[in-house]
Design a protein around this ligand. Structure first.
Ligand code: 13P
Length: 253
């Protein structure tokens, strides 16, 4: 368990270096007091150095949207974990559904990426989630298990505390169709059971992601199974993002 809510903004392929640095400056100037919430942002790789510089000494942490497992080598287009720590990034996402769907990343690769990043000292938000047809066919649990098992199998008692799970049902990402509170509770409880079956210490920290916005976030975060949110669209709109921070700050941990 974390002692604070965790609110993570995944900027996806938005806010290049110029826009990203000016947005980061606005975030730094607007978020000056946090009591109950850790606020993290994941800009695209090209914007990461300048955003990290802009947010140095602020209350926000910076991370990457993906990470390779190796320290260096012939992996065109990839980014080593140590390149991220050199930029003072503190975390990385792995297994986002857009990586799985558009770039064919497998759960075994996601597990390798996760383990490599943790070994380099990063925290990792490993993303899982079922598609609409998988849910309709009653296969949600099988799918989540298939995504989680390889990741959790590589963890040790020591490294488990560096992993956060994000439950992002694919049908709720970018669609405006947020999952119902019952759906979220059910999926998070299932993920927690899978975590426990690996005899890992403590309980899993689990974020919800998928069309989170200021009008639905308070209800979602009030669920005891939800420890925070991974947010796409609403994280790159200043007013909405600051509203989400406000809601988290107003919600008891
Ligand atoms: P949206 O908040 O835009 O639905 O995106 C969710 C997401 O994919 C965050 O990683």
């Amino acid at each position: 368990m974390r002692s604070k809510h965790l609110l993570v903004g995944n900027w996806k392929m938005n806010l290049g270096p110029r826009q990203g640095s000016s947005y980061a400056r606005q975030l730094r100037e607007s978020i000056t007091n946090l009591a109950r919430t850790d606020v993290w942002v994941a800009p695209p790789f090209a914007s990461l150095p300048i955003v990290a510089t802009e947010l140095k000494g602020s209350l926000l942490s910076v991370g990457a949207q993906n990470v390779h497992w190796a320290e260096s080598g012939a992996f065109t287009g990839e980014t080593a974990p140590s390149f991220l720590t050199e930029l003072e990034a503190t975390f990385a996402l792995t297994g986002h559904s857009e990586r799985r769907t558009y770039f064919g990343e497998t759960s075994d690769q996601v597990a390798q990426r996760t383990a490599g990043a943790i070994a380099a000292g990063l925290e990792v938000i490993a993303c899982v989630g079922e598609t609409e047809s998988e849910r309709n066919e009653g296969r949600m649990e099988k799918v989540l298990e298939g995504q989680l098992n390889p990741v959790l199998a590589k963890l040790t008692q020591e490294t488990a505390k560096s992993v956060i799970i994000a439950y992002e049902p694919v049908w709720a990402i970018g669609t405006g169709r947020v999952a119902s509170l019952d759906d979220i509770r059910g999926a998070h409880q299932f993920i927690q059971r899978v975590w426990t079956s690996f005899n890992l210490p403590g309980s899993a920290v689990i974020l919800y992601g998928g069309s989170v916005n200021p009008s639905n976030f308070a209800d979602i975060l009030a669920l005891k199974e939800v420890h925070g949110a991974l947010v796409g669209g609403a994280s790159i709109k200043l007013e909405q993002w600051l509203d989400l921070v406000k809601i988290a700050e107003a919600t008891p941990v």
